[in-house]
Design a protein. Structure first.
Length: 251
């Protein structure tokens, strides 16, 4: 006796039915509906709907990527602007901290356009020397720029006098030779200064008004007007206090 046979109940499209009922088959000997099931596929309308959905998804994804790229670019531009501003404020503070009067030479002078400072410096060998530094707002090909100019190390009073006058001329209409020592710090729409003297904030004055006894004010307030489109916009203020300034406490 052979092994038992099992049938799962699935009939092939080409298999003949039991009992000789071959009349129910077509001329090709297949069961009815087999050919129809094999030919079943997507209709043109279904394909068009699928393509439209995929196109919509691609459009939405592209808009999202574009918005993300714009946001990253804006953050990068703002970070760069903040870094430039921090560097400028650090240089401004360093210049004021190093400002000092050498004998009868003024330490600070404001003429309404340029702030000139006499500051401590050093020559190429490391020996102490003086230098003249100037800050002003000047136009350029890219617009208004806050600029800084510094002279070479100075060893004599005649050299200082020449550099002091050169700084004033540079702020008015700088020449190519003088501009070589200038640095465009950052774009600005405007800037203002205020001095803290006699326990109150006042308008900045020249070196003659400060006098030799107090060549530096007790404090300097800097207000910068940042133009739009540079990563930052609005006003930025920075207060500097003279390192030797002491607060008089009441009894």
């Amino acid at each position: 006796m052979g092994p038992p046979s099992f049938s799962l109940g699935f009939a092939s499209c080409n298999a003949a039915p039991r009992g000789g009922a071959s009349a129910a088959f077509g001329a090709a000997g297949r069961r009815p509906g087999c050919q129809a099931r094999r030919a079943r596929g997507f209709t043109l309308v279904e394909l068009l709907v699928a393509l439209a959905v995929m196109a919509l998804l691609a459009l939405v994804s592209w808009r999202g990527l574009e918005a993300m790229a714009r946001a990253q670019s804006g953050h990068r531009e703002r970070d760069d602007a903040v870094l430039v501003l921090q560097t400028a404020m650090a240089q401004w503070t360093a210049d004021l901290d190093a400002a000092t009067a050498f004998g009868t030479l003024p330490a600070m002078d404001w003429d309404g356009r340029v702030l000139r400072l006499t500051r401590r410096s050093s020559d190429g060998t490391g020996l102490p020397a003086a230098a003249v530094v100037a800050w002003t707002l000047r136009p350029s090909a890219e617009g208004l720029r806050w600029m800084r100019w510094q002279s070479p190390p100075l060893a004599t009073q005649d050299q200082w006098q020449q550099a002091w006058q050169l700084a004033a001329n540079w702020a008015q209409d700088g020449t190519r030779e003088v501009d070589a020592a200038a640095v465009a710090v950052l774009p600005l729409a405007g800037w203002t200064l205020a001095y803290f003297r006699n326990n109150t904030w006042t308008q900045p004055v020249g070196a003659a008004a400060l006098g030799l006894n107090t060549p530096l004010p007790d404090g300097v307030r800097l207000v910068l007007d940042l133009p739009p489109g540079a990563g930052l916009i609005g006003q930025v203020s920075r207060d500097w206090v003279r390192p030797t300034f002491t607060v008089q406490r009441g009894s």
